[in-house]
Design a protein around this ligand. Structure first.
Ligand SMILES: *Cc1c(COP(=O)(O)O)cnc(C)c1O
Length: 384
């Protein structure tokens, strides 16, 4: 038997259960995506405000940025020679908007697998929502902390765990890890209630990932923490530039002391070449545009609510309170078939299957952007 047979069998198994993943070549033009010659309305994008698909923004940015400043590589970590002015300029813009220190990372994935192991030692307990993103799960695994998961969005369960562990003398600190808007269910944590809970326990710190909320929530688009007025109460406020911000990279907003600590302890920050300075300049340009986009945020919220109501009217469970609207079907087979049918009708919606979501909760995952109109959604829902 060849050594490859083992891997071939695993792939076969995925194929049999309709769980095989493959790359798809695609072409994109504005709101449209083309795959195998089929042109469809893109309803699977994380480009929630439409910034990534807007060519005029790229033109404006490159007009402002001479070729001498278009640096395509940092050539080292920021701790060696990579700390170009673009990093500090972006961190300054973030600090001014959020009101605390900011630190940048190469991606949201790097951020979550790096910060948690740096912060959490064997005297730390991590309490994490059952549905947190894989990057946080990997960060927890890489840390030497004890970790316990609480039921998804169940703050009463979290409160019981806090009661149980808070007075344990072995535990010096407890970090509660959650997302604000969850990437697969499109539902959200009650951040105001979470902050109230934290304030009852002196050992507790909050780690909140706003990957799907930055740009989308709050008057200035700073996320759910802005919307619920708890920007200062979340100890570790993190997010990504790869979604609404139409760029790449991750950020942390926290106390300046934590920033200094991570610069000294966070391995993916220390041992990886920093993002190209050009990307940092682009992120800052995008961030400043995003702050002003109240009208787009409002439109997105409105069509999101409309879609949720329509999906529920069709008899499907829909936990969403955001621009991510899942249609939960159960079997992977069913989700794959339904997605194909919608794609043939011109709506690019992707099926999401285990292990990304729990067994028997395969779903269509509709992601709305501010460029979608109500009438288009009505046509799509009619096909469900
Ligand atoms: C997308 C995502 C990440 C990863 O961010 P990248 O910048 O794409 O690496 C982290 N956390 C959550 C909740 C996400 O949805």
């Amino acid at each position: 038997m060849s050594l490859l047979d083992h891997y071939a069998q695993q792939l076969e198994q995925l194929k049999r259960t309709a769980n095989l993943r493959q790359f798809q070549s695609n072409l994109q033009h504005g709101r449209m995506i083309q795959i195998h010659g089929q042109r469809m309305l893109n309803l699977s994008s994380n480009d929630y405000l439409g910034l990534a698909s807007d060519v005029s923004l790229r033109e404006e940015f490159f007009d402002l940025t001479p070729v001498t400043e278009r640096r395509m590589s940092a050539s080292s970590s920021r701790l060696l020679t990579g700390n170009f002015p673009e990093y500090e300029q972006l961190e300054t813009s973030l600090s001014q908007a959020f009101g605390r220190a900011a630190l940048l990372f190469n991606s949201g994935y790097h951020m979550n697998i790096g910060i948690l192991p740096a912060l959490a030692d064997s005297k730390t307990l991590i309490l994490a929502d059952k549905l947190v993103h894989a990057s946080m799960i990997d960060g927890i695994r890489l840390s030497s902390a004890k970790a316990v998961r609480y039921r998804h969005n169940d703050l009463a369960h979290l409160a019981r765990l806090l009661e149980q562990y808070h007075d344990d003398a072995q535990i010096e600190r407890i970090i509660v890890v959650t997302e604000s808007i969850f990437s697969m269910d499109g539902d959200e944590t009650d951040l105001a209630a979470l902050v109230q809970l934290k304030q009852r326990y002196p050992k507790v710190m909050l780690y909140v990932d706003e990957a799907h909320a930055i740009g989308v929530r709050g008057e200035q688009g700073l996320g759910c923490a802005e919307q619920y007025a708890v920007l200062e109460q979340v100890d570790f406020l993190v997010g990504t530039f790869g979604k609404t911000l139409a760029s790449v990279g991750g950020y942390l907003i926290s106390h300046p002391l934590i920033r200094d600590y991570l610069i000294n302890h966070m391995r993916p920050l220390i041992f990886s070449t920093a993002q190209p300075p050009l990307n940092m300049a682009w992120t800052r340009f995008m961030f400043q545009k995003m702050l002003q986009m109240q009208a787009q945020r409002q439109h997105l919220q409105q069509i999101s609510q409309e879609l949720k109501v329509q999906v529920e009217a069709k008899g499907y469970a829909c936990p969403s309170t955001s621009q991510i609207v899942p249609v939960i079907l159960g079997e992977s087979e069913k989700a794959v078939q339904k997605a194909q049918q919608l794609q043939q009708a011109g709506f690019y919606i992707m099926p999401v299957r285990p292990p990304t979501v729990p067994q028997n909760s395969s779903r269509l995952r509709i992601c709305l952007t501010a460029q979608i109109q109500s009438s288009e959604l009505a046509q799509c829902v009619a096909l469900l």
